[in-house]
Design a protein around this ligand. Structure first.
Ligand code: NAD
Ligand code: UD1
Length: 349
């Protein structure tokens, strides 16, 4: 990478994590370009990012499997670095339509890498969105980057396949600078409440579900199991504020400026919270009650999962700093804005 102000392409930049990263990178002075087909987001988010940053953003609407369009985008805007968020991410759905997941995630990534390889100015810096799901059922805690990998569903396998492809590519050509970031559980929203996580249909993940129960859109939460080997019997996860996660991308890009090859980092806080702790924290932040019942365990779920953050802290000089209160308050603010702007019907949980 040649300059301190970078032209950065965000595939999937209109999505939940991409939009927050766009804000963080713009705040740091970089020029942002977004490539998205809006299959799980909308152009409305782009307006919100622009409102927050007061900067125009160039957007290319397209599918990452369109290699020619990607190459053209890379060349036209002289992109220095790519952050690759674009992908499908619903674990349950991936078991129903696995080919769509492999085509979108794996084939899409190969298409992006081919476009980068073919681009005349040869951009080689790439940050990839991987997931803690690649660790499977933890053999020890906290999970460090050397922990064995084992995916238990097609979504997780797409992430593992992509990681292997990236490692092969880095071995084949020493000019690649690749950071593979294994996210733990991103939650929360930008403090403005303008951007956040707003899943279509019934949320799969805990925090958006809790937020929709708190606001009355959903009736009650099902707590999936209270008989795990954890302090209160409910599942423990490493929830990380999405803005901390976004800043982790900036730290990774800075690191790549002086480190070629492929480098894998956990992005988490290093601390776990149970489902019941999350409910209580959200109730405190929102002033609402979150009714719940105890339901059977969700198939495939694990008891506890939290990150060792030592490597990211040492190498990237990055640590998550926002606490659970900030995660819940921002998520609640965003949820209130969503309800105000989009009238929606009440669903039964
Ligand atoms: P998201 O669905 O909000 O964002 C993904 C974006 O990619 C969307 O805007 C979508 O329209 C776009 N997209 C998908 N397929 C595309 C394609 N073929 N061409 C162009 N655009 C496409 O998801 P997110 O939560 O922001 O996640 C971003 C990345 O991080 C994903 O790769 C996901 O697997 C990974 N990840 C997410 C989490 C999480 O909990 N949110 C955890 C670990 C890893
Ligand atoms: C899920 C994904 C994982 C992904 C991660 C981060 C599954 C099986 N796994 O994991 O691949 O990397 O998100 O995005 O989807 N819970 C409830 N009630 C609910 C929802 C969740 O009790 O309605 C509990 C779960 O049992 C778990 C915790 O809340 O203990 C967190 O769940 P969730 O937000 O879905 O994240 P993960 O299970 O970590």
């Amino acid at each position: 990478m040649k300059s301190t102000v970078l032209n950065i392409l965000l595939t999937g930049g209109s999505g939940y994590i991409g939009s927050h990263t766009a804000v963080a990178l713009t705040d740091a002075g970089h020029r942002i370009f977004i490539f998205d087909n809006y299959c799980n987001s909308s152009a409305e988010t782009i307006h919100k990012i622009q409102a927050i940053t007061a900067q125009p953003i160039t957007v290319v609407r397209g599918d990452i499997r369109d290699t020619a369009l990607l190459q053209q985008t890379l060349e036209t805007h002289q992109i220095d670095a790519v952050i690759h968020f674009a992908g499908l991410k619903a674990v349950g759905e991936s078991a129903v339509i696995p080919l769509d997941y492999y085509a979108n995630n794996v084939q899409g990534t190969i298409s992006l890498l081919q476009a980068m390889q073919a681009a005349s100015h040869a951009p080689r810096a790439l940050v990839f969105s991987s997931s803690a799901t690649v660790y499977g059922d933890p053999q020890y805690l906290p999970i460090d980057e050397a922990h064995p990998t084992h995916a238990t569903n097609p979504y997780g396998r797409t992430k593992l396949h992509i990681e292997e492809i990236l490692a092969d590519l880095a071995r084949s050509d020493a000019s690649w600078q690749i950071a593979c970031l294994r996210y733990f559980n991103p939650v929360g929203a930008h403090a403005s409440g303008l951007i956040g996580e707003n899943p279509n249909g019934l949320p799969n993940n805990l925090m958006p579900f809790v937020a929709q129960v708190a606001i009355g859109k959903l009736k009650q939460l099902k707590v999936f199991g209270d008989d795990y080997d954890t302090p209160d019997g409910t599942g423990v996860r490493d929830y990380i504020h999405v803005l901390d996660l976004a800043e982790g991308h900036l730290a990774a890009l800075n690191y790549l400026g002086s480190h070629a090859g492929m480098h894998t980092f956990n992005l988490g806080t290093g601390r776990g919270y149970s489902v019941l702790e999350m409910i209580r924290a959200f109730e405190a932040a929102s002033g609402r009650t979150v009714p719940f019942t105890i339901a059977p365990r969700r198939p495939g779920d694990i008891a506890s999962c939290y990150a060792s953050t030592a490597l990211a802290s040492k190498a990237l000089k990055w640590n998550a700093s926002r606490d659970l209160k900030a995660m819940c308050e921002s998520s609640w603010k965003f949820q209130q804005n969503v309800m105000q702007s989009v009238p929606s019907t009440t669903e039964q949980a």
